[in-house]
Ligand binder design. Structure first.
Ligand code: GTP
Ligand code: MG
Length: 317
C-alpha cells in the first residue's frame, strides 16, 4: 500500500523526532511525570506547589538561575492569564522553555553553503570521534565532500578508530604516526582540504594529555594553525559534552570556552540521563549555542538542535 507512505524526507523527519522522543524518555518522565503527578494531587496553585515545581526543575539539571526565571515568569503568567487550574501549568512551562532556548539560537550552519573546518574538542570519552562519524555521514547525505583529520595523536588507538570510520564512510583521512605533532596533522589536513576543495573537514582532537594545561595549549595551537591556513574555509570549534556528566559538563564548557572560544556545543548521551534539563542550563548560563544533540549510539542518533522540536519531545506526553 505504497500510496500511504509519506515522502522520504518527511518520513526521515518523523523518525528523527521519534528517536529524539525515545532518547528523552527518562528526562520526560522525570520532569513531566513528576509535575503531572504533583498537579493531579494538588489541584490548586499555591506556594507549596511552586516550591515543588522549582525542586523538580532544579533536580532535572535545568540550573538554579534558569529555574528561578522560569518560576517567576510562570507565576506572572498564571496571574495575568488568571489560570486557576494546575493542569494548565505544563503548557505554560512548555512555552517558557521554548522561549529560553530560542533566545540566542543562531542560524543553522549545517546546510549552509561554504567550506568549513570543524575542530571537534572535549574531554575524553564524551563522544568526539563518534560525533565526527555521525556528522560526516550527515554531510555526505547532503552531497558535501568530507575529509577527516586525525589530530588525536596521544591516545594509542585513536587514529586507528577514526581510520576505521573513514573506511566505513568511504572518506579520506589525513593521519600521521601515533605520537606525532597534532599541529602538523592539522596543517596537512587543512592544506589537503584546501587543495581538494573539500566542503567539510572534520578534525578529531585529544581528550586527554599528561596535564590539562598541556591539552589546552595543544588545542590553542591547533586552532591557530587552522585559522592561519584555512584559505576560504570557516573554522568552527565544536565542544562535545556528555549530558550524563551534568553540572560538571558546564564547568568543562567554561574552561574550554575560556581557552578556545567555542562556537557551539554538541551534547551527547541525552538518552542516558533523566537530566535533559541540562540543555537549558547550558543555553541560559553559558550563552554558547547548542548545535547538535546525541540521543543514542546509532549513526542517525545525532541531529541538529532545534529548540521547538526539543521542547516538544521533552514535554509532550
Ligand atoms: N548512548 C549514547 N552513547 C554515545 C552517544 N555519543 C557517543 N556515545 C558513546 O560514547 C562512547 C565514547 O565515544 P567516543 O566517540 O569514542 O568518545 P571520544 O570523545 O572520542 O573519546 P576519546 O577519544 O577517548 O577522548 C562510545 O561508546 C560511543 O558510542 C550518545 O549520544 N548516546
Ligand atoms: Mg576519540
Amino acid at each position: 500500500m505504497h500510496w500511504f507512505r509519506r515522502g522520504g524526507e518527511q518520513e526521515e523527519q518523523a523518525s528523527w523526532f521519534q528517536r529524539l522522543k525515545n532518547g528523552l524518555v527518562k528526562s520526560r518522565e522525570n520532569i513531566v511525570g513528576q509535575i503531572s503527578d504533583l498537579l493531579s494531587l494538588s489541584g490548586k496553585i499555591d506556594d507549596e506547589l511552586w516550591d515543588d515545581i522549582e525542586a523538580i526543575l532544579i533536580q532535572a539539571d535545568i540550573g538554579v538561575q534558569s529555574t528561578m526565571r522560569i518560576i517567576d515568569n510562570l507565576k506572572y503568567k498564571v496571574a495575568e492569564e488568571r489560570v486557576t487550574e494546575a493542569g494548565q501549568i505544563i503548557d505554560l512551562l512548555k512555552d517558557e522553555l521554548v522561549e529560553i532556548l530560542r533566545t540566542g539560537a543562531p542560524e543553522t550552519l549545517h546546510d549552509k553553503a561554504g567550506r568549513r573546518i570543524y575542530l571537534i574538542v572535549g574531554v575524553n570519552g564524551t563522544g568526539k570521534t563518534t560525533t565526527i562519524a555521525k556528522l560526516a555521514r550527515s554531510f555526505l547525505k547532503n552531497k558535501k565532500s568530507v575529509l577527516l583529520g586525525a589530530a588525536d595523536t596521544f591516545r594509542a588507538a585513536a587514529v586507528e578508530q577514526l581510520a576505521i570510520w573513514a573506511k566505513r564512510l568511504d572518506v579520506d583521512i589525513i593521519k600521521h604516526e601515533r605520537g606525532s605533532d597534532p599541529a602538523a596533522v592539522v596543517y596537512d589536513a587543512v592544506h589537503a582540504a584546501n587543495a581538494r576543495k573539500s566542503d567539510i573537514l572534520l578534525i578529531d582532537t585529544a581528550g586527554r594529555l599528561h596535564t590539562y594545561v598541556n591539552l589546552m595549549e595543544e588545542l590553542k595551537k591547533i586552532k591557530r594553525i587552522a585559522e592561519r591556513e584555512k584559505g576560504d574555509a570557516e573554522v568552527i570549534t565544536l565542544l562535545v559534552i556528555d549530558a550524563t556528566t551534568g553540572q560538571n559538563g558546564i564547568a568543562q564548557a567554561r574552561l574550554f570556552d575560556e581557552a578556545l572560544t567555542v562556537d557551539g556545543i554538541v551534547l551527547t548521551k541525552l538518552d542516558g540521563t533523566a537530566k535533559g534539563g541540562i540543555v537549558l542550563a547550558i543555553q541560559d548560563e553559558l550563552k554558547i549555542p547548542i548545535r547538535y544533540v546525541g540521543v543514542g549510539e546509532g549513526m542517525d542518533d545525532l541531529q541538529e538542535f532545534k529548540p521547538d522540536e526539543f521542547v516538544e519531545a521533552l514535554i509532550s506526553e
